[in-house]
Design a binder for this molecule. Structure first.
Ligand SMILES: Cc1cc2nc3c(=O)[nH]c(=O)nc-3n(C[C@H](O)[C@H](O)[C@H](O)COP(=O)(O)OP(=O)(O)OC[C@H]3O[C@@H](n4cnc5c(N)ncnc54)[C@H](O)[C@@H]3O)c2cc1C
Length: 229
């Protein structure tokens, strides 16, 4: 790996991969992605909770330069979206340019040398251009609830799902009323027969259901494959 690059990109989620692929497609190969995880995918690598899926049709929630016409679901499930991101990174030869397990700790602009000095967990790097694709939702956020630290039950964040736990006979409270909370609640209840799940706030912010589309869509396989978006 070079110690100086023209472009350094933070993150290999949708944004970082999209940036890298577009650079490569425009003939700019002098770039590197710094990724603290061990795999591409960002949000879709980390959010593996039951029912995790996108809320936008998958044929729209994908790169315009890499359409997929055989999505299994109208709203792609986490595993399928992660597979899409992995295979797209491979298809465009991006993986060798990613420094996995490398966290950007500090970035300083050197005005004299006119480049960024990047201090990462695996070494130093300089770059003329620094692009942040570090993502808005990647770090778990816990609310400031008095007594939370003293709670003696099991506690985990939806983006760090405990697949080793069987929730079937437990009483579960979900904090939050957004899409993830709603999905976890409805999916877990249906799958495991859980006790009613309560949320501290009243009205869910998102309750619209995703219309099921369990099979390949005729629009996908015919119209979209002939008319790129
Ligand atoms: C269940 C779920 C459903 C969603 N559905 C939709 C939807 O329908 N439509 C929509 O538009 N959005 C949706 N989102 C939001 C989704 O997060 C974004 O669409 C998109 O995936 C964000 O991509 P990103 O590349 O910007 O960031 P991320 O996917 O978060 O990627 C950021 C990457 O940067 C890396 N990183 C961060 N900091 C550092 C550092 N200091 N050093 C090195 N690496 C670092 C992280 O490890 C990560 O890999 C959904 C999210 C979830 C969880």
């Amino acid at each position: 790996m070079p110690t100086h690059v023209r472009v350094a990109i933070i993150g290999s989620g949708f944004a970082g991969l999209g940036m890298a692929i577009q650079l490569a497609r425009h003939g700019i190969d002098d770039f590197v992605i710094v990724e603290r995880g061990s795999e591409v995918g960002g949000t879709w690598r980390d959010n593996t909770y039951p029912g995790a899926a996108c809320d936008i049709r998958s044929d729209l929630y994908s790169f315009s330069f890499a359409p997929r016409h055989d999505w299994k679901h109208r709203y792609g499930r986490q595993a399928e979206i992660l597979d899409y991101l992995r295979s797209t990174a491979d298809r465009f030869g991006i993986r060798p340019r990613i420094r996995f397990d490398t966290e950007l700790m500090e970035a300083t602009w050197d005005a004299v040398a006119a480049f960024w000095r990047l201090h990462t967990s695996t070494g130093e790097l300089t770059a003329s251009v620094l692009v942040s694709a570090a993502g808005p939702l990647i770090d778990p956020v816990w609310p400031q609830i008095p007594g939370l630290e003293q709670f003696e039950g099991l506690r985990f964040h939806s983006s760090r799902w405990r697949h080793d736990l069987d929730l079937a006979d437990l009483r579960v409270a979900v904090i939050g009323t957004g899409r993830s909370a709603w999905t976890v609640g409805s999916t877990s209840r249906a799958a495991n027969g859980l006790q009613p799940i309560r949320t501290p706030s009243g009205t869910p912010t998102t309750t619209a259901s995703r219309k099921p589309w369990p099979t390949r869509c005729a629009e996908n396989s015919t119209l979209d494959s002939h008319v790129p978006l």
